[in-house]
Design a protein around this ligand. Structure first.
Ligand SMILES: *[C@@H]1O[C@H](CO)[C@@H](O)[C@H](O)[C@H]1NC(C)=O
Ligand SMILES: *[C@@H]1O[C@H](CO)[C@@H](O)[C@H](O)[C@H]1NC(C)=O
Ligand SMILES: *[C@@H]1O[C@H](CO)[C@@H](O)[C@H](O)[C@H]1NC(C)=O
Ligand SMILES: *[C@@H]1O[C@H](CO)[C@@H](O)[C@H](O)[C@H]1NC(C)=O
Ligand SMILES: *[C@@H]1O[C@H](CO)[C@@H](O)[C@H](O)[C@H]1NC(C)=O
Ligand SMILES: *[C@@H]1O[C@H](CO)[C@@H](O)[C@H](O)[C@H]1NC(C)=O
Length: 492
């Protein structure tokens, strides 16, 4: 019911592209625009000594240890949530439908930052709710000298939110985070991940598209904006004096993230990729993707308006809030995959904590279960394989390979037992005979899976956990206990 409103949404290139019959058409125009530009640039400058395009605009000067006075560049205090300023790039038209997504993770009076709008909110938006980020209105870009030439004024406005945010002048920020108004953050994980990086250096941290073609069309070195990207405060400060020059140089670029990446590259700063940052350039059912997430803290999700609701029985907003119920209790484990086996029945279990659980009626190696089931489609309908930046598994009707699928239902924290109990219920009957090769042990009767995880120890980023299955043949409920792996435990 929300996707039919696509024409209301204007804040990111991908929604823009969607208005065209195929997303890729839009990208092709952008790319051929660039090629044309290069061609004309070549013609115009042929015989001329210097081409604007290849003339580096400013000196690459490497800052010494000192920055301006309002940057606290000691590494001795760990980065916390107060050091992060969010730049939610919105627009008045999209905000009505998008604000639910932002409010699903925004913590009033805790998270810092603003939603940047194209114009002053009209009366229907006022009073501005305290549950939303406060708003700022972007500076009008029509006054820019380059304005008549810019390929996409909307995208330039979006990119300039970084400058507008810097000029608000909020103090004691170490990181500025650019995102769209349909980007969902896992804020505790973001804090933890940013802590690894030296915020006093120039940093640009983001994520690629899931689709090979999107990265190839733009750049493998580009942080996709809807996925969200972080720039360190000193870098934002340096950019504040260069950003309008970048727009002058890259006026022909169609996409703000591409303009940003080109600009950052000119300053000598390359993208650092974090695996938990997700553009979700996918269509359809992304449950396969979320059920085999890499061992890396989940940081962002995006594009909720173009994918199916992530829980099949809910609408998009409900589904988002439902995932957040688990995320509020333990972000270190959210969608982290844990695999274990039940030898009596020859079953494999794959838990994506807080999201889903799969039972396979066969012993299947981790290396296989780690690959997402291809429940989704690529972003561009006319692209050719390989589609994705990761390996996938086909959906097949082989009873020895097709999972029984359960989705997250509820969460309960038991203080007395120091545990968190998450439950998962069967989405639908599998409608296949049992796997004969492994002994005809049908998992059809199982209707619910209960997963116990430790309440006081966080999962270590990048390190797998192990689990034990407690299955009693006469019951419909299976219990799984998540624990640290033993030293040199062979899991297969
Ligand atoms: C930097 O921040 C830390 C912790 O927030 C504080 O203890 C220290 O005094 C600050 N240093 C400066 C120079 O402001
Ligand atoms: C945030 O702080 C303001 C002022 O201190 C207060 O009026 C408001 O109720 C707070 N909002 C929430 C959601 O706690
Ligand atoms: C705590 O553990 C005991 C013993 O295993 C169990 O009976 C009880 O239901 C648990 N409490 C909660 C709230 O899970
Ligand atoms: C498990 O599967 C193997 C074949 O992969 C089979 O030999 C064995 O008997 C099965 N075990 C049970 C308990 O069914
Ligand atoms: C599983 O059941 C099928 C059909 O009932 C039978 O043909 C097959 O031999 C059984 N497999 C095992 C390992 O028992
Ligand atoms: C277990 O599931 C079966 C069918 O799936 C059902 O007939 C039975 O009543 C259930 N038992 C319990 C205790 O829920």
């Amino acid at each position: 019911m929300f996707s039919s409103n696509a024409s209301n949404f204007s804040s990111s290139i991908h929604q823009k592209c969607q208005l065209l019959p195929t997303g890729i058409l839009c990208k092709s125009i952008a790319v051929s625009g660039l090629i044309l530009f290069l061609f004309y640039a070549f013609l115009l400058n042929n015989g001329n000594q210097s081409s604007d395009l290849f003339n580096l605009p400013f000196q690459l000067k490497w800052p010494a240890a000192s920055f301006s006075s309002n940057i606290n560049n000691t590494m001795d205090s760990p980065t916390n949530i107060n050091h992060i300023g969010f730049i939610v790039i919105g627009s008045l038209n999209s905000w009505k439908n998008r604000k639910s997504y932002i409010e699903s993770w925004w913590r009033p009076n805790v998270t810092r930052g603003y939603v940047f709008l194209d114009k002053e909110p009209t009366e229907e938006f006022l009073p501005w709710p305290l549950t939303s980020p406060p708003f700022q209105v972007n500076e009008n870009i029509a006054k820019l000298r380059v304005y008549p030439k810019v390929a996409s004024p909307v995208q330039v406005r979006m990119f300039r939110s970084l400058l507008d945010m810097y000029r608000v002048g909020d103090k004691d920020l170490r990181w500025l985070i650019m995102c769209d108004d349909d980007t969902i953050f896992f804020v505790d994980n973001l804090v933890e991940v940013l802590r690894k990086y030296d915020h006093t250096k120039y940093q640009y941290i983001g994520g690629n598209s899931e689709c090979v073609k999107s990265n190839a069309d733009f750049s493998f070195d580009m942080g996709f904006g809807g996925a969200g990207y972080a720039v360190s405060y000193p870098f934002a400060q340096a950019l504040s004096t260069k950003l309008d020059d970048c727009i002058e140089r890259y006026f022909y670029v169609w996409v703000s993230d591409h303009m940003a990446q080109s600009c950052f590259a000119d300053l000598g700063v390359a993208l650092t990729i974090e695996k938990g940052i997700h553009q979700i350039d996918l269509h359809g059912d992304i449950s396969g993707f979320l059920s085999s997430h890499p061992q890396s803290p989940l940081l962002t999700l995006h594009h909720f308006d173009v994918i199916d609701p992530i829980f099949p029985s809910m609408d998009r907003y409900e589904a988002t809030r439902h995932l957040m119920k688990a995320a509020k209790v333990d972000q270190s484990r959210i969608v982290q995959q844990t695999i274990c086996y039940e030898r009596e029945s020859n079953w494999s279990f794959s838990v994506s904590w807080g999201y889903s659980t799969h039972i396979y009626e066969n012993i299947i190696p981790r290396s296989f279960l780690r690959k997402p089931l291809e429940t989704f489609r690529p972003w561009a309908r006319n692209s050719r394989p390989p589609f994705y930046m990761f390996n996938t598994r086909w959906l097949i009707n082989n009873p020895c390979e097709a999972p029984h699928v359960f989705f997250f239902e509820s969460i309960e924290h038991s203080a007395e037992n120091n545990t968190v109990l998450t439950t998962y219920v069967r989405a639908a009957p599998r409608n296949l005979p049992p796997c004969s090769a492994s002994g005809n042990h049908s998992a059809d009767p199982i209707s619910k899976i209960r997963v116990l995880s430790p309440a006081t120890t966080r999962k270590t980023a990048g390190v797998i956990e192990c689990c034990d299955v407690d299955y009693k043949a006469e019951t419909n409920v299976t219990d799984i206990k998540i624990r640290s792996c033993l030293k040199d435990e062979v899991i297969a």
